[in-house]
Structures are given as structure tokens and as C-alpha cells.
Ligand binder design. Structure first.
Ligand code: KIV
Length: 281
């Protein structure tokens, strides 16, 4: 099977096929996602929350994205790897944006980069794409701007804000983005945008009318309990399974039930006898 790429995304939109994306941040998880048929893996800066325990994504660095991103890239044979540009790695200038996008391609082996924002980041999108680097845009609720929003809130509920989101979508498409994530906006608005754009829309908390969906894997597996957004569905309760396993391990070690013979290496009795003789028991 050929690795998913920007052409796969365009073809799937044209054929009305839903596109799937999940986050991953490490080699072992990315291998499982890569084997599942999911079209793209996002190394999201959500790693700040779910991997590093920050309360938002503001502190995530380029080095964090390169460390986690390159682990994911090494695992992927099928899924397209999209790596997030962290806060303040593209806002300062077009040149800074291109340099950092280039690092994610060269050092972390991304297949595309993602950045947050609408009209205000179009010149960065133009600059990065002009160097042959595919850009996924991200509009609606953009977590890096949590301080400007005054919290993680649904966007686009009033006329002015909804109009701004439509304009942002049209602007990032025109600037050259190959796809756009739409986060936390009302379903009807996301569906309207999806029909208006020629590039695929990937929704998260944006209803079923988008061209694809993305979720953070710890959310959909029930592994992250600090908060559970309304749009998250638990496809498995992996958090409970892990908790039970950790507790069982703790119990078994403390009662000497683990390790048993099957998990233990044997040595010839004569060797042990010699050792004991040499050390006077
Ligand atoms: O960082 C991330 O995981 C994201 C998704 C929530 C779209 O941007």
C-alpha cells in the first residue's frame, strides 16, 4: 500500500470518502495507528497536555515536536505524518515560519506541517508552501490562542464570529493549504464551510458534515481524564485496563506471585554449586 499523501486527501474529498486522522506521539502507538487504516497521524502540540502534563499548548517547543515527531515518522509506512508547528514557531515572520517548517520536514521527517490561524497566517502558508512543504491549516477554536479566547470555548456561534470563520477557511484555501482542521464550531457551520471549500476539512467537535475527523488518541481510548470534551467518544476504556494492570502488578510483586518460573532464566545447578563454593556460601 502506498503512503497516504496530499493527493490521497484531494482524491478522497473528490470521491466523497471520509478521511480519518488520529494523533500519536510515540513509536509504539504510531505503529498501531499506522496498521489500522487511518489515513493520517497528527503529531499534535496537544502532546503538551497529554504527554507533558501542561494545562495548555503554549509551552510546547520545536524540540518537543521534533523529538516526538521523529519517533512517529519512524513508525509510519501507510499514514501521512502531519506535525504541528508549536506556538511562536511561525508567528514572528514568514522566514521564521519557513525555517521551522523546514526543520520539521528534515529533522522529524514530517510529510506536512499544521499551523493555527486564518487570514492572519496566510502569508506564512504562502511562504511555506512555496518551498514545497504541504500545510494543513487549523481554524475555529485554535488552542494556542486560549489566552485570547479566554478559555476553550465553542467558536462561530454568532453572526460576526461565524462570518470570520468562513472567511478564514476561504483565505487559508486560497493561500495554498491542502486541508484545514475545523475545531469546536457548530455542525451546520462546519458543513457549510466543507461544501464551500475544494480542499478537505477535518473536524474535531465540528459535527459529521466535515470531510474527515480527527481525535486525540488518549481521549478516544479513555486514557486522559483531566477533562473530557463533549465531542470525545470513548472507543475503548484503555485507561481502566491500564489502571487494573498496574494494580495487579503491584499486588503480584508484593506477594511474590511475579515473576513466576515462566518469566525466569535458569542456571545449571553445578554452576551455582561452584559459585557458592568459591564465595563460601
Ligand atoms: O494538537 C492537536 O492534537 C490538534 C488536534 C486537536 C486537531 O491540533
Amino acid at each position: 500500500m502506498k503512503k497516504n499523501n496530499v493527493a490521497t486527501f484531494a482524491k478522497m474529498k473528490k470521491n466523497n470518502e471520509k478521511i480519518t486522522m488520529l494523533t500519536s506521539y510515540d513509536y509504539s502507538t504510531a505503529k498501531l495507528v499506522d496498521n489500522s487504516g487511518v489515513n493520517a497521524i497528527l503529531v499534535g502540540d496537544s502532546l503538551g497536555n497529554v504527554m507533558l502534563g501542561y494545562e495548555d499548548t503554549v509551552s510546547v517547543t520545536m524540540e518537543d515536536m521534533i523529538t516526538f515527531g521523529s519517533a512517529v515518522s519512524r513508525a509510519c509506512k501507510n499514514a501521512m505524518v502531519v506535525i504541528d508547528m508549536p506556538f511562536m514557531s511561525y508567528q514572528i515572520s514568514d522566514e521564521q515560519a519557513l525555517e521551522n517548517a523546514g526543520r520539521l520536514m528534515k529533522e522529524a521527517r514530517a510529510n506536512a506541517v499544521k499551523l493555527e490561524g486564518g487570514k492572519e497566517v496566510c502569508s506564512q502558508i504562502r511562504k511555506i508552501t512555496s518551498a514545497g512543504i504541504p500545510v494543513m491549516a487549523h481554524i475555529g477554536m485554535t488552542p494556542q490562542s486560549v489566552n485570547a479566547f479566554g478559555g476553550f470555548k465553542v467558536q462561530g456561534k454568532d453572526i460576526e464570529n461565524a462570518k470570520k470563520i468562513v472567511e478564514d477557511a476561504l483565505a487559508v484555501e486560497k493561500a495554498g493549504a491542502f486541508a484545514v482542521v475545523i475545531e469546536c464550531v457548530p455542525a451546520d457551520l462546519a458543513e457549510y464551510i466543507s461544501k464551500k471549500l475544494t480542499i478537505p476539512t477535518i473536524g474535531i467537535g465540528a459535527g459529521k458534515g466535515t470531510d474527515g475527523q480527527v481525535l486525540v488518541y488518549q481521549d478516544m481510548l479513555g486514557m486522559f481524564s483531566d477533562y473530557v470534551p463533549k465531542f470525545v467518544k470513548h472507543y475503548a476504556k484503555v485507561g481502566n485496563i491500564m489502571q487494573n494492570a498496574f494494580e495487579e502488578y503491584d499486588r503480584e510483586v508484593k506477594t511474590s506471585a511475579f515473576p513466576s518460573e515462566e518469566h525466569t532464566f535458569a542456571i545449571d545447578e553445578s554452576v551455582m554449586d561452584e559459585i557458592k563454593k568459591s564465595f563460601q556460601n
